[in-house]
Write a protein that binds this ligand. Structure first.
Ligand SMILES: [Zn+2]
Ligand SMILES: [Zn+2]
Length: 237
């Protein structure tokens, strides 16, 4: 039995035996307490209509999006930048085997989508490679997508998109290398043709992964592909 699996079993058991605790500050009561939810900082307005990042234009697209017209994504949304306490919450979800935090994070993502999103037909979690999923025991994107789908009463369609090959870790790669690393990583079902889909993942760094997944969906005839992540890597310009 792997360490992750053991940690996961321990947390499952602890959740049954003890009242839930905030994954960020350990306060008993819920998986993410109201103080920590209140401490999450959204991006500052005005924001780019496409990528949702702060931009100087009053209404419209940021300079990066004005130049990137070839994107397969209609737009990207997130709860906020990848900083505390969001960062610890996502870390707990991914690396500390605390899947219960997917519920409150997914509900915050649902609220963000409702506030700014366009109509979509279903929610698609970004698939993990089966080997990675076996190691972790679950796909964190699926858990976030489930919580969002319940809250938005939208169908969850996990079977429409899958990973066709494992990709090496993106952490140390630059933007161009990430794009190359992800090329051809996904395949989509012909059943996505004519549909409007919302991709869900935990963190967006350069959007290379989401772009590649969106491209696979568009190649099969998807009408529109949006994406939402819990957090977004962002450095003030
Ligand atoms: Zn807390
Ligand atoms: Zn933009």
């Amino acid at each position: 039995m792997t360490r992750t699996r053991l940690a996961q079993l321990w947390h499952l058991l602890a959740d049954l035996l003890f009242p839930p605790r905030c994954a960020v500050c350990r306060q008993p009561g819920s998986a993410l307490c109201t103080a920590c939810v209140g401490a999450i900082v959204p991006f500052q307005d005005p924001r780019c209509l496409r990528c949702d990042l702060p931009c100087l234009a009053q209404i419209g697209l940021c300079p990066a999006c004005q130049q990137n017209l070839a994107s397969a994504l209609e737009g990207l949304r997130s709860i906020g930048p990848h900083v505390e306490p969001l960062r610890s919450g996502i870390h707990a979800l991914k690396y500390q085997a605390r899947p219960t935090i997917a519920q409150p994070l997914g509900h915050l993502m649902a609220a963000r989508w409702q506030a700014t999103g366009s109509p979509v037909d279903a929610i698609l979690p970004l698939p993990l490679h089966p080997e990675r999923q076996r190691e972790r025991g679950y796909n964190q994107a699926s858990l976030l997508a489930q919580a969002m789908a319940e809250r938005l009463t939208l169908p969850l369609r996990e079977e429409l998109l899958w990973r066709v090959r494992a990709t090496s870790s993106q952490v140390k790669l630059g933007r161009a290398a990430r794009q190359e690393n992800m090329a051809g990583a996904f395949a989509a079902s012909p059943a996505v043709a004519g549909g409007r889909w919302l991709l869900v993942d935990d963190v967006c760094t350069t959007s290379a992964t989401l772009e590649e997944a969106a491209r696979a969906l568009r190649e099969q005839g998807a009408t529109a592909v949006w994406a939402i992540t819990a957090a977004r890597a962002y450095r003030e310009p």
